[in-house]
Design a binder for this molecule. Structure first.
Ligand SMILES: [Zn+2]
Ligand SMILES: [Zn+2]
Length: 202
C-alpha cells in the first residue's frame, strides 16, 4: 500500500483533513496565518471584550475617592462610551451597570456621580429618572422641551436609539431610513443627530 503525498493528512494531531500547504490542511494553514496558532481559540466573551477597553488605572476622583474607570474605545457625540453588543451599539456605562446589577428598569437612566461621561466604574454610577438626568446635565432648562413638548412625536428612548443607530448614508440606519421607520420627516432625524433639537437628551 503506498501513499501519495496529497493523501497524507494535516500534521495537526487529530486532524484528518487533506493537506493544503506547509504540512497543514486549509483550515489550519489559514488559522495559523491569521492568528499565529493552529489552536482553536474561543472568541472572547462580551464582558472580556468590554473590560479590555477599560483603563482602571486612572486618577482618584477628588470627591469619590476611587478611580474613574475610563472607556478607551469609541464614544458617541455626547462623550459616553459606546460598545458593540449583540449587533447593536449600546452605551458603555449602561452595560457596566447591567453587568453588576442586572437589567436597567424601564424608564430609568444610569447616571454618573463623578460627572465623567466615559467612566464605567459601577461605584460611580447610579440609577435615576430622566428628571434627575436633565437636572444633572442642564440646570438652566425650564422650558417644556422634547418629550414634554406638545409638538414632539418621539420619546426620549427613541431619540437616544436614533442617535446610537444613525450611520450617515446607511440604507438601514441613515437619516432617510430612520425617518421612514419612526414616521417623521428626515429633517427631524437630522436635527436630532446634529443636536439642534433634543439637546437635553444625553
Ligand atoms: Zn488540519
Ligand atoms: Zn467615575
Amino acid at each position: 500500500m503506498s501513499h501519495t503525498k496529497s493523501s497524507l493528512p494535516c500534521s495537526v494531531s487529530g486532524c484528518q483533513r487533506p493537506l493544503h500547504a506547509g504540512g497543514l490542511c486549509k483550515l489550519h494553514y489559514y488559522r495559523l496565518r491569521n492568528t499565529g496558532t493552529t489552536d482553536d481559540r474561543k472568541p472572547p466573551s462580551a464582558s472580556e471584550r468590554f473590560w479590555s477597553k477599560v483603563n482602571k488605572d486612572g486618577l482618584l476622583h477628588p470627591t469619590l475617592g476611587t478611580a474613574c474607570w475610563l472607556w478607551t474605545a469609541s464614544t458617541c457625540l455626547s462623550g459616553y462610551g459606546t460598545f458593540g453588543f449583540r449587533r447593536r451599539l449600546i452605551k458603555a456605562h449602561r452595560y457596566s451597570w447591567e453587568l453588576h446589577h442586572g437589567t436597567i428598569p424601564d424608564g430609568l437612566f444610569v447616571l454618573h456621580r463623578c460627572d465623567v461621561s466615559r467612566c464605567v466604574n459601577p461605584d460611580h454610577l447610579f440609577l435615576g429618572t430622566l428628571a434627575d438626568n436633565a437636572a444633572d446635565r442642564d440646570c438652566k432648562g425650564r422650558q417644556a422641551r422634547g418629550e414634554s413638548c406638545g409638538t414632539s412625536r418621539l420619546t426620549v428612548e427613541q431619540v437616544i436609539a436614533i442617535r446610537l443607530r444613525h450611520r450617515k448614508g446607511s440604507s438601514t440606519d441613515g437619516s432617510t431610513a430612520l425617518a421612514r421607520e419612526y414616521k417623521v420627516h428626515h429633517s427631524t432625524i437630522r436635527n436630532i443627530i446634529s443636536r439642534f433639537r433634543w439637546k437635553h437628551v444625553e
